[in-house]
Ligand binder design. Structure first.
Ligand code: ADP
Length: 426
């Protein structure tokens, strides 16, 4: 190869190497503004032009504005609009095709407004569309090629390569702002929901307290023939109170306003207390309710009111979903570092398709409309939150028609709390 043909090849290889090098550094940059800034510098350098810029569509949709400019021109040009109808960039944007203008003086589409504001003289330019999946996002242009204003095929390829990188970056940034916008909306909705729950539960509690108080009083003093009706009023008001309490508890935990008042508690005693609170209901329904808490004391560091709520919700479900004549067994024991409480019933069981969802908020196996049992589908999600606040776990196993088994695993102290996920669930 003689030196005349070797020169362009060396030059070609050097530009490709430089393009590769620039592409590598570009892909490391995450923020759109510095990214596009580096990209226009690279475009000017690799095409041997005075400067480069990127334009994108304005909100109104009939003009373009600059998205990236060399620092020198940033101030004067940041508010300048380029018309879609009477400019080279506008033509490229609308047609999705590149355009090379070796001499702007003989190009009627050239828009002179930019030069006037920037105090600059454009002599030649080359512009390519920035396209992402068929959608034109903007235009990348290089201005005033040094020496002969002769833009080569290679210049065009380089500019198109850089434009495709710009397309990815612009699209990513748009997606990121959409995600951020959705996040902000979710946060706002969540705040509104929490405010609504806080206000509603507060406003409902006061009149409900009055209904309960007066109905209980009337039940005491009324004629025996009115008692059954008043019993229903009291029971329904109690049920409403439980629902409001459940919603408020869950919201407190979610907002992080619930705090643990941890002290040393005896799970043996706690289980006995829960048993006693359901004994009457179980007896009336013809259920056998038993416990086995072994020999030891089963101490854990925790908040007894929250563990009581967690266990009570599980036992309450066992009582609700076990048919008369059935059995409920609460077993508690210790494994190294943990106390395990299982509530086992031989009730109606849970279909396997529903089992993975029962700890979700408002999830109920029966449809709301055909439901025989009360409840809001909140009990187990509250239990889960209370247990997880202790660094523990809760899970369920069930076979339809045969029965269910719910297990609560509580760390004996906060040092154990992080490792509960490693304890096997069988
Ligand atoms: P709810 O307060 O409506 O009972 P939960 O969150 O406590 O809601 O329970 C969710 C659903 O899981 C219940 O509606 C019920 O269908 C099912 N479930 C919970 N415990 C049992 C159980 N021991 N036996 C059968 N189904 C159960």
């Amino acid at each position: 190869m003689d030196s005349e043909t070797a020169l362009p090849v060396i030059e070609h290889n050097r530009r490709l190497e430089r393009l590769l090098e620039i592409s590598r550094t570009l892909s490391a940059s995450l923020d759109l503004e510095p990214f596009l800034h580096s990209l226009i510098s690279a475009a000017a350098e690799l095409t041997n032009c005075e400067l480069a810029s990127i334009l994108e569509l304005d909100e109104g949709g009939d003009q373009l504005h600059f998205l990236a400019l060399p620092r020198l021109h940033q101030e004067p040009l940041k508010t300048v609009k380029v018309p879609l109808q009477a400019s080279v960039a506008g033509w490229v944007f609308q047609n999705g095709q590149p355009l090379v203008v070796p001499d702007v003086a003989s190009e009627p589409r050239h828009f002179k407004g930019v030069d006037q504001v920037a105090n600059f003289v454009t002599r030649s330019l080359m512009a390519v569309p920035i396209i992402y999946r068929g959608e034109t996002l903007g235009v990348l242009e290089v201005i005033n090629k040094a020496g002969q204003p002769h833009y080569t095929e290679e210049d065009l390829t380089i500019l198109e390569t850089l434009a495709s990188q710009a397309a990815l970056a612009i699209q990513n940034s748009r997606l990121m702002s959409k995600v951020q916008h959705s996040r902000d909306q979710i946060t706002q909705l969540d705040r509104m929901k929490s405010d609504f729950i806080a206000i509603a539960s507060h406003e409902l509690r006061t009149p409900l307290g009055l209904i309960l108080g007066h109905a209980t009083f009337l039940r005491e003093v009324s004629q025996p023939d009115l008692r059954p009706q008043l019993d229903i009023v009291v029971q329904s008001a109690m049920r409403l109170k439980e629902i409001i309490d459940d919603i408020a508890k869950m919201d407190n935990v979610q907002r992080g306003t619930a705090s643990l008042r941890a002290r040393s508690i005896s799970i043996k005693r706690l289980v006995e207390e829960v048993l006693v609170s359901f004994q009457l209901e179980a007896k009336e329904k013809g259920l056998t309710l038993r416990t086995d808490t072994g020999q030891g004391d089963l101490q854990v560091e925790g908040d007894s009111s929250k563990i009581t709520i967690a266990l009570s919700n599980v036992v309450k479900n066992a009582v609700t979903f076990t048919n008369p004549g059935g059995h409920i067994f609460i077993v508690a024991g210790s494994i190294p570092g943990y106390v395990k409480i299982s509530v086992i019933d031989d009730g109606i069981g849970i279909p396997s398709k529903d089992l993975p969802h029962i700890f979700e908020r408002f999830y109920q196996v029966e449809s709301h409309l055909t439901r025989k049992h009360g409840g809001m589908g909140l009990g187990l999600s509250v239990s889960k939150m209370m247990v997880e606040m202790h660094g523990g776990r809760i899970w369920a196993e069930s076979v339809e028609v045969r029965g269910s088994s719910f297990t609560i695993l509580l760390p004996i102290n906060s040092a154990q709390a992080g490792a509960a996920s490693q304890v096997p669930t069988t």
